[in-house]
Ligand binder design. Structure first.
Ligand code: ADP
Ligand code: MG
Length: 252
């Protein structure tokens, strides 16, 4: 579904991404891990068109995404959430999701669709699937941090993605919120058939859900393999043990 080859991006001569390689198959859950500053967010920004690459290729469903705007990329089926929560904080939970649903429906509007009615039921469905139905009328800015991150996922779902990209979906969450977010990701993958690409610091979560894990260090891909292979790779252990106090240890 997604193939990233030799991708590069520099900021004022500093190579944030120098050689990223990534493959995501339809239906997979793929994690990107790596120490802070490894280039994970930059990689996601390149895939979703927020940044333009200096070199390399991004192929999505057989099409090169080079030169496409974030909007065009989203229309092709890639939706994302951000590391820093990105919602309309003064709108209600319901309104935030409905805006996404309506903007999607508007662009596929035809004479026979009742855009507004469909948006309401679809918004309700999405809120139900992420467990936010009971908070539909709340002002989004008043939600807990964990709920705001979940709401952001719900907004992303409004675009009916085939590939959902999540940048640190559990950052700042309590252990309970993290467990819920994990269950939600499983549900989206299993029941909705959405392909998921995410980066995450919580190694327990990564190893409990990812089918494959890509490891980045200093802007480069070190490896992309099944969890067991990654865990036992000496380069990966070095990347984590050398220079970072975030261990990759995970007993499960
Ligand atoms: P990660 O998400 O893995 O923590 P990032 O992709 O955010 O890493 O950042 C990779 C490197 O690129 C970091 O050193 C960061 O400071 C740098 N960087 C990211 N975005 C910019 C930018 N817009 N301008 C300059 N440097 C940037
Ligand atoms: Mg980041």
């Amino acid at each position: 579904m997604l193939q990233v080859e030799s991708l590069r991006k520099s900021f004022d001569g500093f190579a944030a991404v120098s050689d990223a390689q990534l493959g995501v198959k339809k239906g997979e859950v793929v994690a990107v891990i790596g120490p802070n500053g490894a280039g994970k967010t930059t990689l996601f920004n390149l895939i979703t068109g927020q940044l333009k690459a200096d070199g390399g290729r991004i192929i999505f469903k057989g099409q090169n995404l080079a030169g496409m705007s974030p909007y065009e990329i989203c229309r092709r089926g890639i939706s994302r959430s951000f590391q820093v929560v990105n919602i309309f904080s003064r709108l209600t939970v319901f309104e935030n999701v409905r805006v996404a649903v309506m903007s999607y429906n508007k662009s596929t509007f035809n004479l026979f669709s009742k855009a507004k009615d469909t948006a309401v039921s679809e918004t309700e469905n999405i809120l139900k699937s992420v467990g936010l139905s009971g908070k539909a009328g709340r002002i989004s800015g008043s939600l807990s941090h964990g709920d705001q991150k979940v709401l952001e996922m719900a907004v992303a779902l409004g675009n009916r993605p085939e590939l959902l990209i999540l940048d640190e979906p559990t950052a700042g969450m309590s252990p309970e919120e993290t467990r819920n977010a994990l269950e939600l990701m499983k549900l989206l993958s299993r029941d909705r058939g959405i392909t998921i690409l995410f980066c995450e610091h919580d190694m327990e979560l990564v190893f409990s859900i990812a089918n494959r894990i890509m490891v980045m260090q200093h802007g480069r891909t070190i490896i992309q393999e099944a969890p067991d292979v990654v865990r036992n790779d000496s380069r990966v252990q070095e990347a984590y043990l050398g220079g970072s106090d975030e261990g990759i240890c995970c007993d499960s």
